[in-house]
Design a binder for this molecule. Structure first.
Ligand code: GLN
Length: 492
């Protein structure tokens, strides 16, 4: 079969069960595509071909025996921020270029236990700090829709791999938009779950009160399948929540779009820098949801102007603390011939970290330092609470809130935005993490340059089923999620 990469997760699961093809054939098919096409996309940092085939054979045996998980034998790619035992985990940094984790992240362990086959580890912004994946030590990844454009970030490798059909699904992480924005830039569906829904154990920490892993795929249905595997309480992550996990696949048609109240924040559609095509496509998608029976309700989110400054204090503050562990002593990069211990710390960190990571550490350390702590960090925490309350108030009147995922479509590689310009591009995604809410991106069309546009739906706590169900029904009535970039149509 030459077009196995066109099948959905449900179709792959059925095909494997009915022995139309084996996991080995499917895995070889993807490995061949990666070998041929990824030279252009550059989405993978590490391809684990040999191990993938071993896992595929094991899955084939399990499927034959009749008691395999629904996803057994289906390949996936992991963002290179999830620790994988025996396989390099770099977080896109020179600091961890040679780091091999002695254990699996819980997300990785759960995927393995279900029999999913790991194709490899995919590129990302260094320590997940960025919106273009260009800050990776391993170089930029191309957007499958236009290779001279970025796939977004920080989960840009995950997005590019799926959009170029170099993996049917991928894991990502979202601290301030890193699942939703690359999904938007690459025309994919991506879900950022409620904080605490997916275990952070073994996920290299950026900002621990904001970080959350989730699925990236072509459709809400594909995301639901992966969510069924990775969601749930984990005793190894004290911030994961012990709450029953929905069957996200069974619930895909469970929410009625008819009668659904969708909040449209006034402030969001007046943001300076909101691209006219993005605005138009998002409005068209809302019109479609209206036709399907939803009601659009104008709402106020008065804290909008505070999102960027609040996040860009709290996230760097937490990062500066989390990244203090990379000292050249225990693991990670160590400078050559240190004169003394201070020289070892200084040079290992200034040679091992890239510019954006160093910028965040400096900002965060400053914000946390004695004398400034109250003025910056404590104040940001108070504003964070106000942002959360703003959302909770809105959810008294609406079921979900709609927004663009990003104010623009994908930037050109090397566009060299200033840090402030780059940070402003996160305006629509940051507040969701500050409040700990779930949100989803769905592709809703293209701009004049044929680059994808995404709609974001933000839900109340634990409403992952609702978000997946709304997008699933939208996708039953539209075909944006079925569009493929030309490079994905190439055969290996
Ligand atoms: N772009 C944001 C940042 O640079 C969000 C990144 C993320 O979600 N990991 O911090």
């Amino acid at each position: 079969m030459t077009d196995l990469h066109r099948l959905s997760i449900r179709e792959l699961s059925e095909g494997l069960k009915q022995a139309q093809f084996s996991s080995r054939e499917l895995t070889e098919h993807y490995l061949k595509r990666i070998a041929k096409i990824d030279a252009k996309v550059k989405s993978y940092v590490t391809v684990t071909a040999e191990q993938a085939l071993v896992e595929a054979d094991a899955a084939d045996a399990a499927i034959k025996s009749g008691n395999a998980h629904a996803l057994a034998g289906i390949p996936l790619a992991h963002k290179d921020i999830f620790c994988t035992q025996g396989i390099k985990t770099t977080a896109g940094s020179k600091m961890l270029d040679n780091f091999i984790s002695p254990y699996d992240a819980t997300v990785v362990a759960k995927a393995k236990a279900a029999g999913l086959v790991t194709l490899g580890k995919v590129n990302m912004d260094e320590f997940a700090m960025g919106s273009t994946s260009e800050s990776s030590y391993f170089g930029a990844t191309g957007n499958p829709w236009a290779l001279d454009h970025v796939p977004g970030g920080s989960s840009g490798g995950s997005a590019a791999a799926v959009a170029a059909d170099l993996a049917p699904i991928a894991t990502g992480t979202d601290t301030g938009g890193s699942i939703r924005q690359p999904a938007s830039f690459c025309g994919l569906t991506g879900l950022k779950p409620t904080y605490g829904r997916v275990s952070r154990f073994g996920m290299i920490a950026f900002a621990s009160s904001l970080d959350q892993g989730g699925p990236m795929a072509r459709s809400a249905e594909d995301c639901a399948y992966l969510m069924n595997v990775i969601a749930g309480h984990d005793a190894k992550d004290s911030t994961s929540v012990d709450k029953e996990v929905d069957d996200y696949v069974a619930n895909l048609n469970g929410i009625a779009v008819k009668g659904l109240r969708i909040g449209i924040p006034k402030q969001y559609f007046n943001v300076a820098g909101l691209d006219a095509d993005v605005k138009a496509r998002v409005e068209e998608s809302l019109k479609k949801l209206e036709e399907m029976g939803a009601t659009l309700v104008e709402i106020d989110l008065n804290m909008t102007e505070a999102y960027v400054p609040t996040y860009y204090l709290i996230a760097p503050a937490e990062a500066s603390s989390n990244l203090s562990r990379y000292d050249g002593v225990r693991y990670g990069y160590r400078c050559e011939n240190p004169k003394d211990i201070l020289d070892l710390y200084k040079r290992s960190r200034s040679e091992g970290f890239g510019a954006e990571v160093q910028r965040r550490i400096l900002i965060g350390t400053y914000a946390l330092s004695a004398g400034y702590y109250d003025a910056y960090y404590v104040k940001a925490q108070k504003v964070r609470r106000l942002i959360q309350q703003d959302f909770l108030k809105a959810f008294e009147n609406v079921d979900v809130i709609a927004a663009p995922s990003a104010p623009t479509t994908a930037y050109k590689i090397g566009a060299n935005l200033s840090p402030t310009e780059m940070y402003l591009g996160d305006i629509y995604t940051l507040a969701v993490n500050l409040a700990g809410l779930p949100a989803i991106n769905a592709p809703v069309g293209f701009d004049k340059d044929n680059l994808p546009v995404g709609l974001q739906l933000i839900g109340n706590y634990w409403s992952e089923s609702q978000l997946l169900s709304i997008v699933h029904q939208y996708q039953q009535n539209t075909d944006w999620h079925t569009k493929r970039a030309a490079i994905a149509e190439e055969n290996a």
